[in-house]
Design a protein around this ligand. Structure first.
Ligand code: HEC
Ligand code: HEC
Length: 376
């Protein structure tokens, strides 16, 4: 009997080894050829049924500006000054740029942000790269536009700890700002509305530069190595990333629970549920873009992973998938459910290296942004 079992598992093992091989039927040369075609002719991606609004990967798009707050160079310049100005905080010490630093991928490099009086917040600062594309802002989507978003960091006791009306009053006293707001909005007196419009305009100009992946798509076929092309193929197939990180900015703009809720523990964060109060949203967070991901460590809403390798190892293991154990947990309608699109991937060491190499290829060269001179 025991012998039979061993034999049977041997056969199964051989069968599964065969499946993995036939999953990857392409040689590196064939992959290069396939991916050198227009994206519409790429091999079919491995997309689960139930994935909404799937879009293929593509070249970096230019930002769009809304009709009720159109772009102008002067407005963006003014927004940039506000972004770097610590006078937007009650202490006069903290600017937006304190937690969204250009040289740290427009995030802050910390697990969770430190704000007013260096108090730690609850979440990892989000990169502002390509933020024009987000439909609902923050990890949990609690703001609907960049114009509307501004109140949150200013009012947050753990961030800038101020009132927007106070901020407006303070800035209205600064001659240099009076003059600039007049140039842009046609009036010297300005309020929250004009401040948020200028800041939002600047934020929409914060975009990734073209990466090697973009230049590859433009036809420069030597921009990606064989390993990176293999990583691209795995990203779209066996590694399953494309189920959620899709479209030209590598995000579906949807909310998913990837298993990092910390249910019932000190660091519990129910994410999207806090906004919608719907049980199905427990533990969901917005899919972040993966462009420039090499520079936005640490990763996830709680900054849990210091490296991409750590994050990928966790995906490879299928991410945490907590099951209710006690009766109380079984009865709890708010017990978090990990996304059904996540499962153990069985990536080999070499395949993981390929995916990591591809993530490097969608990270462009870091930008150097000169700090603007602040109006006096
Ligand atoms: C103390 C650190 C800190 C400061 C100061 C700060 N932020 Fe943030 N920012 C964060 C954190 C943390 C998040 C994610 C919070 C969350 O999702 O709950 C975030 C999220 C955002 C987002 C959402 C991005 C997205 O993709 O949804 C925008 C936009 C933003 N901040 C802009 C600003 C602006 C503008 C200012 C200045 C007025 C500012 N922040 C000041 C830490 C900070
Ligand atoms: C079910 C949808 C889904 C799939 C599949 C998925 N992701 Fe994610 N990814 C997300 C969401 C949602 C987050 C944010 C979750 C959070 O913070 O709790 C995220 C976060 C990340 C982050 C952190 C980025 C940052 O700025 O903090 C990385 C890196 C990442 N994913 C890479 C991958 C890779 C590589 C794959 C494939 C192996 C993959 N993801 C598959 C939805 C998904």
């Amino acid at each position: 009997m025991k012998f039979l079992l061993v034999l049977l598992s041997g056969v199964l093992f051989a069968a599964s080894a065969f499946v993995t091989v036939s999953d990857q039927p392409f040689t590196l040369e064939q992959l290069r050829q396939l991916y050198s075609q227009p994206t519409s002719q790429w091999p079919k991606p491995d997309v689960d049924p139930g994935i909404q609004n799937f879009r293929e990967l593509g070249p970096r798009p230019d930002p769009k500006f809304p009709k009720d707050n159109p772009y102008s160079e002067k407005k963006a310049e003014l927004g940039k000054m506000l972004f770097f100005d610590p006078r937007l905080s009650s202490s006069g010490q903290i600017a937006c740029a304190s937690c969204h630093e250009p040289q740290l991928g427009w995030a802050d490099g910390k697990q969770v942000s430190l704000g007013h009086d260096r108090q730690p917040g609850k979440r990892n600062a989000m990169s502002l790269l390509n933020v024009w594309n987000a439909e609902q802002l923050f990890w949990d989507g609690r703001a609907n536009s960049l114009e509307h978003q501004l109140r949150f960091p200013i009012q947050d006791k753990l961030e800038m700890n101020d009132e927007i009306a106070q901020v407006a009053k303070r800035l209205n006293k600064i001659k240099g700002y009076q003059q600039r707001f007049k140039e842009v909005f046609g009036k010297e007196k300005f309020t929250e509305k004009e401040i948020s419009q200028a800041l939002a305009t600047f934020e929409r100009t914060i975009v990734s530069r073209k990466s090697r992946f973009d230049r590859f798509l433009e036809g420069k076929k030597n921009e990606l190595t064989d390993l990176e092309i293999k990583g691209l193929h795995l990203f779209r197939t066996k590694a399953r990333c494309i189920n959620c990180h899709n479209g030209p900015l590598f995000t579906d703009n949807q909310f998913h629970n990837v298993g990092l809720t910390y249910y019932g523990r000190k660091y519990e964060d129910l994410g999207r549920y806090h906004v919608t109060k719907r049980a199905e949203d427990v533990g969901k967070f917005r899919t972040p873009s993966l462009r420039d991901v090499a520079y936005t460590a640490p990763y996830f809403h709680n900054g849990l992973f210091p490296t991409l390798e750590g994050a990928l190892n966790m995906y490879n293991a299928g991410m945490p998938n907590l099951q209710p154990k006690t009766d109380a947990e079984k009865a709890d309608t708010l017990f978090p459910k990990t996304s059904p699109h996540l499962k153990p991937l069985g990536l080999t060491e070499e395949e993981k290296q390929a995916v990591l190499a591809f993530l490097g290829a969608i990270s462009s060269v870091q930008q150097r942004i000169a700090q603007p001179e602040l109006p006096q």
